[in-house]
Write a protein of this length. Structure first.
Length: 186
């Protein structure tokens, strides 16, 4: 048997068995960044910014619990689950000075459809008077890479010190409220 073919067979066997150096040295990246400091944002356009602001970044939320929601306008799960969950939570915490909400459209596909002009109608549809941003690029936006999201919808809960405490595709409103209430006490 030729050496190259033999080496390929060993590597393939190792991927199935999990005992070769190649298979062990390249584990799949874990989604999200729980336990890490929330990275800076690269948001190019904003809708509904607080008065006196022309942009936002993670540092604007130190001392507060932040619910960060990533979406795409054409994402069915964003509209069937993500936004209704966000609206429920916003209703609970809208007058709480320790909790903030930010929505970012992280366009990693459908660049000609998931555009910044979708921010205003989406905010109006769900009656959410919170900041909506647009992070786009020719491929996967830097913010998605920094937060290691796996698509949309994607929820990130950040504590008062700027550390990520939850990230994932969905978070039930009752569980989210429990996490938020715990983070407020820290």
């Amino acid at each position: 048997m030729n050496q190259n073919l033999f080496a390929c067979l060993v590597i393939l066997a190792g991927l199935f068995i999990g005992n070769t150096t190649e298979a062990q040295s390249s584990p799949k990246p874990v989604p999200g960044i729980v336990g890490q400091q929330a990275p800076h944002w690269d948001v190019s356009k904003w809708h509904q910014l607080p008065e006196g602001k022309d942009e936002l970044d993670i540092t604007d939320f130190r001392g507060k619990v932040l619910y960060l929601y990533f979406f795409q306008s054409w994402c069915p799960g964003c509209h069937s689950t993500g936004f209704p969950n966000l609206k429920t939570l916003h209703g609970i915490y809208k007058n709480d000075p320790d909790v903030e909400f930010v929505v970012i459209q992280s366009t990693f596909e459908g660049h000609n459809i998931n555009t910044a002009d979708k921010l205003k109608p989406t905010a109006a549809k769900y009656e959410l008077p919170i900041p909506f941003g647009q992070s786009a690029g020719g491929g996967t936006p830097a913010i998605m890479q920094k937060y290691r999201t796996r698509g949309t919808p994607w929820v990130v809960l950040i504590d008062k010190k700027g550390q990520v405490q939850f990230n994932g595709f969905h978070l039930d409103p009752a569980k989210a409220a429990s996490v938020i209430d715990g983070l407020k006490k820290r």
